[in-house]
Design a protein around this ligand. Structure first.
Ligand code: COA
Length: 139
């Protein structure tokens, strides 16, 4: 498996993988939205035998780095993508990696395993849904 920056021709596959995150109210997999993020250089893909099996969008926010979306269809892919983001932050001197995660994704254990020590539940935080904030200081 390899991780690389996504290209416009990956958009449909990225959209398929990311559709895991869609809610009734919001479509992260919307192809226009995915393409916009790819063109801004924000999407990274995890590939296996030439196929996209995982994807992650990173968004710079006021000197920190937000994991905007992440999904993996291969065990170990989630860790590989987050470790890629950590390395990227380290290389660029970005001191913080963080994300919002809707409670129904049940991703608390995943971020805990990856060393996100800051974990807060904000009730009805986004479109009336409970969301976790997960944060990690990059040292
Ligand atoms: C969450 C997700 C990205 C994790 O990817 P993954 O490839 O399954 O994760 P990994 O196998 O790399 O897991 C890393 C570690 O976290 C653990 N883990 C993974 N998902 C977990 C979960 N939901 N709860 C508890 N622990 C979890 C793994 O067991 C593994 O532990 P280990 O290192 O001791 O073996 C993936 O399940 C997914 O795409 N889910 C749907 C989309 C989603 O919810 N994304 C998160 C939005 S914030």
């Amino acid at each position: 498996m390899e991780i690389r920056q996504a290209r416009p021709e990956d958009a449909r596959e990225v959209s398929g993988v990311i559709s895991e995150l869609d809610t009734r109210e919001y479509g992260y997999s919307d192809i226009g939205h995915v393409m916009d993020y790819i063109r801004r250089g924000r999407y990274y893909v995890l590939c296996e035998n030439g196929a996209v099996v995982g994807a992650m969008a990173l968004k710079p926010v006021e000197g920190s780095c937000q994991i905007y979306t992440i999904a993996s269809r291969r065990k170990g892919g989630g860790r590989a993508l987050v470790e890629y983001a950590i390395q990227k932050c380290r290389k660029e001197g970005v001191p913080k990696l963080w994300c919002w995660s809707m409670a129904h994704y049940k991703a608390k254990g995943f971020y805990g395993k990856l060393g996100f020590e800051e974990q807060y539940l904000l009730k009805k935080q986004w479109l009336g849904m409970d969301c976790f904030f997960f944060g990690k200081v990059i040292d």
